[in-house]
Ligand binder design. Structure first.
Ligand SMILES: Cc1cc2nc3c(=O)[nH]c(=O)nc-3n(C[C@H](O)[C@H](O)[C@H](O)COP(=O)(O)O)c2cc1C
Length: 176
């Protein structure tokens, strides 16, 4: 099962992420948990999240980039759900061996991430990558759509199709 942990603060206003989800969910065995719709009061049901994670083979952390980082409910989800004794620490092996992928959309393009001494876009996934590795998960190459501020509908449709193809390719490699 592919589990998409989706953190968009305004899902009803989304263009890029909405198209990605529409495309991905045409595949069988893809489950989406839209955190801002499930938990508008930020009161995360930890047991329900852990139960969904336990059924997943591939976990996707999907969100729009906000201030070079993730929306706050995504961070809270990590803090609460990846608990000691469950995701890490003594007896914390629930996520061991699962795959994880970062799927992110950004308003900016290259110039937005190459800011003088800043090393560029790829380093922005490192806190998530370190978190995943710490929990015994296998980090997959990320999927990103940039320039969403200027992308037209056709470009976003093509990117959303690429997202679906990435999930299909992952399934092909990890079949059985
Ligand atoms: C509070 C806020 C902060 C943002 N910060 C960034 C940023 O640091 N870098 C960037 O490229 N885009 C940034 N954006 C733009 C969003 O990433 C962009 O609108 C989103 O990825 C588009 O996806 P959507 O159509 O699904 O909403 C920000 C948007 C908001 C609302």
């Amino acid at each position: 099962m592919i589990l998409i942990i989706y953190a968009h603060p305004y899902p009803q206003h989304s263009h890029a992420n909405r198209k990605m989800l529409e495309s991905a969910t045409t595949l069988p065995d893809v489950e989406v948990r839209s955190l801002y719709e499930l938990y508008p009061d930020f009161n995360i049901d930890i047991a329900a999240e852990q139960e969904a994670l336990s059924r997943a083979d591939l976990v996707i952390w999907q969100h729009p980039m906000q201030w070079y980082s993730m929306p706050p409910l995504m961070k809270l989800w990590i803090d609460k759900v990846l608990a000691h004794g469950w995701a890490y620490g003594r007896g914390g092996k629930a996520l061991h061996g699962k795959n994880v992928m970062w799927a992110v959309t950004t308003g900016g393009g290259d110039g937005h991430f190459d800011l003088g001494d800043h090393p560029g876009f790829d380093v922005l996934g490192q806190p998530l990558q370190a978190t995943a590795i710490y929990c015994g998960m296998s980090w997959q190459p990320n999927f990103a759509i940039h320039f969403t501020f200027v992308c037209d509908e056709a470009t976003l449709d093509a990117e959303a199709e690429q997202y679906k193809q990435r999930l299909l390719a992952w399934r092909e490699v990890n079949r059985g």
